[in-house]
Design a protein around this ligand. Structure first.
Ligand code: 25A
Ligand code: L14
Length: 340
C-alpha cells in the first residue's frame, strides 16, 4: 500500500458527515488516519471506520494539526470560522456549506463537470448545493453539444437536506398524525408530513426578489460550475415528505435542436449519469430507487413542442451522496490522483 492521507471530517455526526465516513470506507480512499470532529455535544461518541471505533472530538483550532484533507459539513458559521485556519495550517478544506461557494478565489467543483477548477485552490474548495450538483451533472453533456440558453427547474427535495433533526421530524410527525396525535413543527415552518412546502432553507427569509436562497443558489452556482454566465436559470424549490433523494423537473431551451433520442444517447454515455427512461414499461427514476445510489438518474426525456428547441427531463439523485458527501470525496480523489 502507498502513502495514505490524514483526513478529518468536520460535522462527523451530522446527516452528511456520517455518509462521508461511509463513502471513504466504501471507496477505499487511502486514509492513514481519520479524525472525527463535531460540536462538544457529540464529543466522546464512538463511530465505526474500517473495523475500528473512532472517538468523536470537539472541533478546535488544533484539530487540524497534521491533517492533509478536511471534509466539512457543519454549516456556514463553522466553515467561516475554521476553513481559513485549516488552510493556513496547510490542509485542503473541502467545504459542503454555502460559505465560500461564490467566492471568486474558491473553486466550486463537480468532478464530472469542471474537474480542472479544483487544481486552482488556495486551501479551500467548495462543494456545491445538492440540487445544483445533480442538475449540472445531467445538463453539462447536453450543453456541450447543443448549448443551453435557458433552464426552468422545479425541485422536490427530501427532508434529509435539512439535517438529521429534519429526518426525525418527518418520521415522528407522520407517526403522530396517523395515530391522531399532534406534532407541532420544529425544524420546518409548517407540518411537513402529507404536505409540500415551497420554502428552502426553512430558516431563511425570502429575498427581496421573492426567491429563496436555495433558488438563487441554483441560478448562481450553475453558472459558476458550467463556466458560462449566459445560461439563464429560474428555479422553484420545494420540500416534500420524502426522506432521501431530491427530484427535479427540468425544462431546457437549447441553441441547437436536440431530439429526445439524441439527448438519451448523449446522456447514456455521460459520466455519473444513469438513464432510466422506458415509458412503455413504466420505468423512470424515483427517490426510492436513487436513495443509497451514486448515480444521477435521468428519465422522462421528451421534447417540449411549445418551443423550437426545448426538452423536458426528470432528474433524481441521493442528496446526501452525490449531492454532498460523495461529491466531496470525489473532489479529494481528483486532488490525490486516485482513479476508479
Ligand atoms: O449553514 P448551512 O450550510 O446551510 O448548513 C446548515 C446545516 O444543514 C446541514 C447540516 O446539518 C448543517 O449543519 N447541511 C448542510 N449541507 C447539507 C447538505 N448538502 C446539509 N444537510 C444535508 N445536505 P446536520 O445536522 O446534518 O449536521 C450538523 C453537523 O455539524 C456539527 N456541528 C454543528 N455545530 C458545530 C458542529 N461541529 C463543530 N462545531 C460546531 N459549532 C454537528 O455536530 C453535526 O455533525 P453535533 O455534535 O451538534 O451533532 C448534533 C447531534 O445530532 C444528532 N445526529 C446528527 N446526525 C445523526 C444524529 N444522530 C443519529 N444519526 C445521525 N445521522 C446526534 O445526536 C448528534 O450528536
Ligand atoms: O446549500 O435544506 O448545501 O435541503 C443543502 C441542504 C441548503 C439547504 C446547501 C436543504 C444546503 C438544503
Amino acid at each position: 500500500m502507498g502513502r495514505g492521507y490524514r483526513v478529518a471530517i468536520v460535522g462527523a455526526t451530522g446527516a452528511v458527515g456520517n455518509v462521508m465516513r461511509e463513502i471513504l470506507e466504501e471507496r477505499d480512499f487511502p486514509v492513514d488516519h481519520l479524525r472525527l470532529l463535531a460540536s462538544h455535544r457529540s464529543a466522546g461518541k464512538k463511530l465505526p471506520f474500517k473495523g475500528e471505533e473512532i472517538t468523536v472530538e470537539e472541533l478546535k483550532e488544533s484539530s487540524f494539526d497534521g491533517v492533509d484533507i478536511v471534509l466539512a459539513s457543519a454549516g456556514s458559521k463553522v466553515s467561516k470560522q475554521f476553513a481559513p485556519i485549516a488552510a493556513r495550517k496547510g490542509c485542503i478544506y473541502i467545504d459542503n456549506s454555502s460559505a465560500f461557494r461564490m467566492d471568486p478565489e474558491v473553486p466550486l467543483v463537480v468532478p464530472e463537470v469542471n474537474p480542472h477548477a479544483a487544481f486552482k485552490h488556495k486551501g479551500i474548495i467548495a462543494n456545491p448545493n445538492c440540487s445544483t450538483i445533480q442538475m449540472v451533472v445531467a445538463l453539462k453533456p447536453l450543453h456541450d453539444v447543443a448549448r443551453i440558453k435557458r433552464v426552468v427547474v422545479s425541485t422536490y427535495q427530501s427532508v434529509s437536506g435539512a439535517g438529521w433533526s429534519a429526518v426525525v421530524e418527518l418520521q415522528e410527525q407522520t407517526r403522530a398524525i396517523l395515530e391522531g396525535k399532534e406534532y407541532p413543527p420544529q425544524v420546518f415552518p409548517y407540518q411537513i408530513a402529507f404536505n409540500a412546502i415551497p420554502q428552502i432553507p426553512q430558516s431563511d427569509a425570502f429575498l427581496p426578489n421573492g426567491y429563496t436562497e436555495e433558488e438563487m443558489k441554483m441560478v448562481n452556482e450553475t453558472r459558476k460550475i458550467m463556466e458560462d454566465d449566459s445560461i439563464k436559470v429560474t428555479a422553484t424549490t420545494v420540500r416534500i415528505p420524502v426522506f432521501y433523494a431530491h427530484s427535479e423537473s427540468i425544462n431546457i431551451e437549447t441553441e441547437r435542436k436536440l431530439t429526445a433520442e439524441e439527448a438519451r444517447r448523449i446522456l447514456s454515455k455521460a459520466p455519473g449519469v444513469k438513464v432510466m427512461d422506458d415509458p412503455e414499461n413504466q420505468i423512470y427514476p424515483m427517490p426510492i430507487l436513487a436513495a443509497g445510489r451514486d448515480e444521477v438518474f435521468v428519465g422522462r426525456i421528451r421534447e417540449d413542442d411549445t418551443i423550437e428547441c426545448g426538452l423536458n427531463l426528470w432528474v433524481v439523485a441521493d442528496n446526501l451522496r452525490k449531492g454532498a458527501a460523495l461529491n466531496a470525496v470525489q473532489i479529494a480523489e481528483l486532488l490525490i490522483g486516485k482513479t476508479g
